[in-house]
Design a binder for this molecule. Structure first.
Ligand SMILES: [Fe+2]
Length: 347
């Protein structure tokens, strides 16, 4: 359903205020050909009304000839910033970068964050952004989950469908997404609310069963039959099942990159206004499906790159796979049971 410019300007102002934008701060707005025009035009007005000093960086699209879909997460890491010194320098001298084209996983993003600039990714459809507009309560839940995850040594996951997975954690930082960015050098994503980390190298073992109705991203499809993922020593070794498994195998093989099979971030969703059902209701090419990634109580796991965590695997193949009805434990303490969030401070 359409969103008025006025409503979106107000939402931007709320999110930018939560992101501690103050008058006189340098703001870079990163735009590409597939940025949502209403998102860009309303961001410009909101930044101006809050007194930010705005620079708009319009960069050409990239990867269209190598990606297998239009999804911004369908081919990650290699962005139009590569070799573009003026654009990169502009962002490194900014207090806040608003990214509507998706720099996520790129080495340039890490370079920008190291300068102390804070970054906010924003590229979902306006109606999704408005419905899932972040609140302090989202931040409270995400912070509670992140704090627990930061002290964990082991993460185990089970499900009635057959998942039986375990890994050690602590080697890599905790990823907290709360929807706004309020710390120097921080990165966040509107809309989102989940916590995750990357397993210790070589420590993932077991089986993950993607059941009927679970979600495969960036395919943006519900699995129509179970897929069994067999993991040893941190790597996906076998993908077993029928057509769905064959499709996933072929997609991953097409990148011809062994790093595509590494286990990447694992965690759980904490957004109360995200729904696993919306994937079936929206144009699949409209956004990133942050509903799926962050719905309350999901088990979100992924494969491929770990550059975001400071690692060296920069494969462009990145699957995000949110599952329903799973139970996730940290050192034996339940974070979710059968898809229900358990700790009081994450409710
Ligand atoms: Fe991911």
């Amino acid at each position: 359903m359409a969103i008025s410019d006025l409503a979106l300007i107000d939402a931007w102002k709320d999110v930018l205020t939560l992101s501690k934008l103050t008058a006189g701060e340098q703001v870079s707005l990163l735009v590409s050909d597939d940025s949502n025009p209403q998102l860009v035009s309303t961001a410009r007005i909101a930044v101006g009304q809050l007194g930010g000093v705005l620079t708009i960086l319009q960069l050409p699209p990239l990867n269209g000839d190598v990606a297998l879909s239009r999804d911004k997460s369908g081919y990650v890491g290699h962005t139009a910033l590569r070799g573009n010194r003026p654009a990169l320098e502009a962002m490194k001298h900014s207090d806040l970068v608003i990214d509507t084209m998706m720099l996520l996983f790129s080495p340039e993003q890490e370079e920008i964050l190291k300068t102390g600039a804070r970054m906010l990714l924003a590229c979902e459809p306006p109606e999704v952004m408005l419905r899932m507009k972040p609140t302090l309560d989202d931040a409270r839940r995400a912070s509670a989950g992140a704090a627990r995850l930061a002290t964990a040594k082991t993460l185990t996951v089970t499900s009635k469908a057959g998942t039986d997975f375990r890994c050690a954690v602590g080697q890599y930082p905790v990823l907290k997404q709360q929807g706004f960015v309020d710390v120097k050098g921080g990165w966040d994503h509107w809309p989102s609310c989940f916590v995750a980390t990357w397993p210790n190298e070589g420590s993932c073992e077991g089986v993950i069963v993607i059941d009927t109705g679970d979600i495969l991203l960036p395919f943006k499809r519900y699995a129509r039959e179970p897929i069994r993922i067999e993991i040893e020593g941190g790597w996906i070794r076998r993908i077993v099942g029928g057509f769905e498994a064959e499709y996933l195998r072929s997609y991953m093989e097409s990148f011809n990159d062994p790093d595509a099979y590494a286990m990447a971030h694992v965690g759980w969703g904490l957004h109360k206004k995200a729904h696993w059902t919306t994937l079936g209701l929206y144009d699949r090419e409209a956004g990133l499906s942050m509903d799926a990634r962050s719905f309350y109580g999901n088990f979100l796991w992924s494969s491929g790159p770990n550059t975001e965590a400071g690692g060296t695997r920069d494969t462009p193949c990145h699957m995000d796979i949110p599952l329903r009805g799973h139970s996730l434990f940290l050192d034996g303490e339940p974070m979710t049971i059968d898809g229900r969030v358990i700790p009081e401070d994450q409710k």
